[in-house]
Design a protein around this ligand. Structure first.
Ligand SMILES: NC(=O)c1ccc[n+]([C@@H]2O[C@H](COP(=O)([O-])OP(=O)(O)OC[C@H]3O[C@@H](n4cnc5c(N)ncnc54)[C@H](OP(=O)(O)O)[C@@H]3O)[C@@H](O)[C@H]2O)c1
Length: 210
């Protein structure tokens, strides 16, 4: 399969690209195209729809797209700046919805799109926008899957804390899901037959507030 991984310069996207690259599908090894926002040969900013179109033009037809990209901090309700507050919604929710819309003519018959949402165990201060974004993505995937043409599938992966991220943040890594385990969930979404599902890997209770 020819698979585009967006956010491949990140913690999750890098591991997903590596895991997919190590697989041998029915037709041999997958061909992995790695896209980042600020580095790498393929670049895209999900907040900028023309850059999504330019990326898809550059890749040509694809069998699968996996998006592990996000931008914007999870911001408290008290944040006075509209721009600051809505960046998370724009980059993660609207960006991935636009990616699905723009990808429909680029993904081959029977191909797949896999997005990334996230989960919190419970509301914590500053997480309301994150809850909105993640719930919106899961709901979108569930409903939009029935609208996709030509047998194209749409799913989401909803991680909790990732162990490597906890380490980077200087927190106790023990409760986090190792990123390699999480990457296998994405691989299953790409190589499986599910449509309209959100996959929740075994993990800890909360997602970073960012
Ligand atoms: N890590 C966790 O513990 C965890 C838990 C739950 C959910 N998640 C979710 O999983 C996703 C990936 O997390 P991560 O930890 O892998 O993040 P990360 O290490 O910060 O990587 C983010 C990736 O997304 C790219 N990116 C950021 N904004 C973008 C934009 N507007 N357009 C295109 N690409 C963009 C980054 O590129 P640049 O480096 O060039 O900016 C990078 O490749 C996020 O949606 C996050 O909310 C993560």
């Amino acid at each position: 399969m020819k698979i585009l991984v967006i956010g491949a310069t990140g913690t999750i996207g890098g591991a997903v690209a590596d895991a997919l690259a190590a697989r041998n599908g029915r037709d041999g090894a997958h061909d992995i195209l790695r896209a980042g926002r600020r580095s790498g040969p393929l670049r895209v900013d999900l907040t900028d729809t023309p850059s999504i179109d330019a990326l898809l033009e550059a890749t040509g037809p694809l069998d699968a797209i996996v998006c592990c990209a996000a931008s914007g901090a999870m911001t408290p309700l008290t944040e006075p700046s509209d721009t600051e507050f809505w960046t998370g919604l724009d980059g993660k929710l609207i960006g991935q919805v636009n990616l699905v819309r723009r990808s429909l003519t680029h993904v081959r018959d029977g191909g797949s799109l896999t997005l990334t949402s996230g989960r919190f165990a419970e509301p914590v201060p500053g997480s309301s926008l994150g809850h909105l974004v993640n719930a919106g993505l899961d709901a979108f995937v569930h409903a939009a899957a029935v609208e996709l043409p030509r047998g194209v599938r749409l799913n989401a992966v909803s991680p909790g804390w990732v162990r490597e991220t906890l380490t980077t943040l200087g927190m106790d890594p023990a409760p986090g899901t190792p990123v390699a385990d999480l990457a296998r969930v994405y691989v299953n979404a790409v190589e499986g037959t599910s449509n309209g599902s959100t996959f929740t890997p075994p993990s800890t209770p909360s997602q970073p507030s960012r």
